[in-house]
Design a protein around this ligand. Structure first.
Ligand code: ARG
Length: 282
């Protein structure tokens, strides 16, 4: 039995690439907003078909990256840690997302330190894996640890193509009720797939120690943002271009579901970037 997850998404009605803030973006390459919307709707429909809940936040004109909802905040134990963007072009998204949660009665914490939401703060079992190096500062990792009273593990990203942690790590089992909790009704240690080449040597050692059985992705799969996927512990939604990774996941007993988000890749994001998970209070 797969536990239902609750996701927040933002329809890419205003999607385009008008500035360049990561190596994937090229403002001279035209974008097709209608196609981006179609691919996003496909992703949303896959979640709904799997029995998950999808909440929507209204897109704001002039904020083309709002579709990457994962960067808007991080929600753990029902407590919302707001984003504080490093990149000026996205700065005003933080208040829009925080307001969405505040209006719905969530406990919200306006961040003091720079962090780009769940893009760099991934919940895996009881722990939070936290990326730094490009967008999120280590002080934010400490701020998050204090807010949730959870262990936060700092991981250093070193390759600009993998500028957010969720471009280099996919959480395969992370939440309460995922198969990894082994029926205990609370998270197990969780499981991940990752691309070691995205991390500093010390962080690679740390990941190997924490997740000795993790799935190791190839560079070919990582460079199509194959690790930017979403798992409910059973199904793993990911790019159809990540063919080897899909095979590795199948071998481990997961069911990969290919969703083509090629148009959204022009902004440097995939399925996970478009999906902010709302984790309930425990
Ligand atoms: N253009 C966006 C940026 O560079 C893409 C964000 C992708 N989101 C993610 N969670 N990795 O900020």
């Amino acid at each position: 039995m797969t536990q239902a997850h609750r996701y927040l998404m933002c329809r890419p009605d205003h999607f385009t690439v008008s500035y360049e803030i990561n190596p994937w973006m090229n403002s001279r390459v035209p974008t097709d907003t209608a196609l981006a919307v179609k691919q996003w709707e496909w992703l949303r429909d896959v979640y709904l078909d799997l029995g998950h809940t999808v909440e929507l936040i209204d897109p704001v004109p002039g904020l083309p990256d709002m579709v990457y909802a994962a960067n808007g905040a991080t929600v753990v134990d029902g407590v919302v840690y707001g984003a504080r963007f490093t990149v000026a072009q996205r700065a005003s998204e933080a208040a829009v997302y925080l307001d969405w949660f505040a209006r719905r009665g969530f406990a919200v914490h306006d961040a003091v330190h720079r962090n780009e939401g769940e893009g760099d703060l991934l919940t895996v079992g009881e722990r939070i894996l936290a990326g730094t190096g490009f967008r999120t500062e280590v002080a934010a990792h400490r701020e998050a640890a204090a807010l949730w009273g959870r262990e936060v593990v700092t991981l250093e990203l070193v390759d600009p193509r993998f500028y957010h942690l969720d471009t280099a790590v996919i959480v395969l089992e992370g939440s309460d009720g995922d198969p990894g909790d082994r029926g205990r009704g609370r998270p197990g240690p969780g499981q991940i797939a990752y691309y070691p080449g995205a991390f500093s040597p010390a962080s690679v050692d740390l990941l190997a120690a924490l997740f000795p059985d993790a799935v190791l992705a190839t560079e070919a799969d990582a460079t199509v943002l194959g690790l930017n996927g979403v798992s409910d512990g059973t199904h793993v939604v990911l790019s159809p271009r990540a063919t080897r990774l899909a095979g590795q996941l199948t071998e481990r007993g997961y069911t990969p579901i290919a969703v083509d988000t090629s148009e959204l890749l022009l902004g440097g994001g995939g399925a996970k970037c478009c999906t902010l998970e709302i984790r309930p209070a425990r």
